[in-house]
Write a protein that binds this ligand. Sequence first.
Ligand code: FES
Ligand SMILES: [Fe+2]
Length: 371
Amino acid sequence: MSEAARTAMENVPESGREHGAQTDLGFLWDFWYPAMRSEGIRGRHLATAMLLEVPLVIGRTSDGKAFAMRDACPHRGIPLSYGHFDGKNLQCSYHGWEFDACSGRCVAIPSLTSHDKLKVERISAGHFPCEERDGYVWVFMNGAAPKLPESVPAAPELPKFSRKFKITRLDCKLPSHIDHGIIGLMDPAHGPFVHQSWFWRSKKSIHEKSKQFEPIPNGFRMSKHSPSTNSLPYQWLKKMTGAPVTTTIDFVLPNMRFEEIQSGEYWFSSRATVTPVRRDLCRIDFVAAWNLPLPISVFRAFAKVFLRQDQQTMIQQAEGLKHNPRLMLIDDADRPAKWYFALKQNLIESRRTGMPMVHPMDGPVTLHWNS
Ligand code: FES
Ligand SMILES: [Fe+2]
């Protein structure tokens, strides 16, 4: 390989940080994001996904381990997903370079002869840590890829409270930047307007609420409380168990909202993640598990209505956002959104300075709003 070609090759941006640093797209790197459902990778099939504007090729080795690589050959950039996967190595369709799927390391360059001195194993395709949990393939969006991160935290898992439970998953795409997806997800004031349904609540049921919030690492919690009695499902649950119903809602960076409902021995646990696909597209992945006598089909029917209502609203909102209107965040109903932006900012700042992250809340707070 000529010096010029080698330099050119070394200069090709390989992944994340270069990508994100050129323009700040408001994404948080070095977190796990769900890329797709586990069932999407079977046999030697290569699937594609996009996270934080990084195209990924995702597959499963013959011993069952999921892997994620940047969907671009480090040689000339053709998507590796057009290549051939033998259960261990992925071979590029253009010049046949082969990469170990689990490390991204190059293992063969067919054109090389004994005259070449190129060290094949020094070449890496962009590669990201990959784990499966709750039926999702999670990818750790390492901002320094292809350099491996120093340490990778465990991939997130939905809490479950008994051995037997039902579980179901739904998703929906939103034509918005992740920030709008997230503040929509944690917004308490849209309920009576967007989610009016006979089975949930009507506009008339609007009343004043006071909820206590407390700081938790990388997020905040709506402290354990008895949920509002104007929602039918809670009334039904209370009647069924005869025990008080309690609920706890957590928001955790970069994008997760957990909700836990307990009543007697019954529990319901859900997680919604808003994942940035591109700057103008995100996806909500919603997974719920429970041991209540509630059929999956019934739950899905209701949950779909909810998600569709949110989706419809975000589609309409995107129409307005195209023209860059001025926006506002008000107290107290938008305080969770303010915390989200502050958490994000403070995290970026602490990563930049190496100092501990400052939490935007200095203790428990009670917020009041009508909904
Ligand atoms: S572009 Fe992949 S091997 Fe050349
Ligand atoms: Fe909603």
